[in-house]
Design a protein around this ligand. Structure first.
Ligand code: MG
Length: 249
């Protein structure tokens, strides 16, 4: 969507705030011995308290409130009481909420206890890649230009991007135009305009970046079993720089 008036901005800020608060509560619950279902229960409680709903459940009938993906699981992991976190795991928390008709989406990667040297570099590097990409977001840029910056930064650090997944427009529903790939995809001609609401979400892998879908029909994993990391914000494109809707206020 594009922000047309003050009401849209207020609505998107409120949806983004719930996403941020949900992620922070989940992050605080990440520890060895917790299951991904435990983390999802934390998210359910926060969303319910704020009057928000899980957008993936609402829109796609996803079997969970949030997507929680561990190690070689890249995205769309299904929360499960059987998936118990262990020291050194790399956990991707991906939250999209709907509040009063507005949707916002963000993701963070968290290490359980002490991360390996590689996991730590991948986590920090993916966060940094998001920061670098955000500097490219302004009216007049096209989607593939931001994607090119993401891939260049990932490669500079010795990592690859997962091309099967991408950022997107958002607001009235989860996935809207334009698509925001994490590489200089020549097909991604989408123009960034003042007021446009999009996600920017680098998804990096320590290996090739190739991926496949699990038999569960949801989870996407790295083909070579390598680690992946994911950071995401929902933002408004403006002339004076992006307004991050899912960051701390
Ligand atoms: Mg997203």
């Amino acid at each position: 969507m594009s922000i047309d008036d003050e009401d849209d901005l207020i609505g998107m800020r409120a949806a983004g705030r719930v996403v941020h608060e949900t992620l922070e509560a989940m992050r605080a619950a990440v520890e060895a011995g917790a299951s991904t279902a435990d983390l999802d229960a934390v998210a359910r409680r926060v969303m319910r308290e704020r009057g928000a709903r899980s957008a993936p459940r609402l829109v796609y009938d996803f079997p969970g409130e949030t997507c929680i993906s561990v190690n070689d699981e890249i995205v769309h992991g299904i929360p499960s009481a059987r998936r118990v976190l262990r020291d050194g795991d790399l956990v991707k928390l991906d939250v999209t909420t709907e509040l009063n008709g507005y949707m916002a989406d963000a993701a963070v990667t968290v290490a359980v206890g002490r991360a390996s040297e590689l996991a730590g570099r991948l986590l920090d590097g993916t966060r940094r890649t998001l920061e670098v990409a955000l500097r490219e977001v302004r009216p007049g840029r096209r989607a593939f230009e931001v994607g090119g910056v993401v891939e260049r930064e990932a490669r500079r650090q010795g990592f690859s991007v997962v091309r099967a997944l991408q950022g997107h427009g958002i607001g009235r529903t989860i996935h809207e135009e334009p698509m925001m790939p994490n590489w200089a995809d020549p097909a991604a001609r989408g123009l960034l305009t003042d007021g446009l609401v999009i996600t920017v979400e680098p998804i990096l892998a320590a290996g090739s970046g190739d991926s496949f879908e699990s038999e569960d029909g949801w989870t996407i994993l790295t083909a070579d079993g390598s680690l992946s990391a994911h950071f995401e914000h929902t933002l408004v494109v403006t002339r004076t720089g992006p307004i991050l809707l899912t960051a701390a206020a």
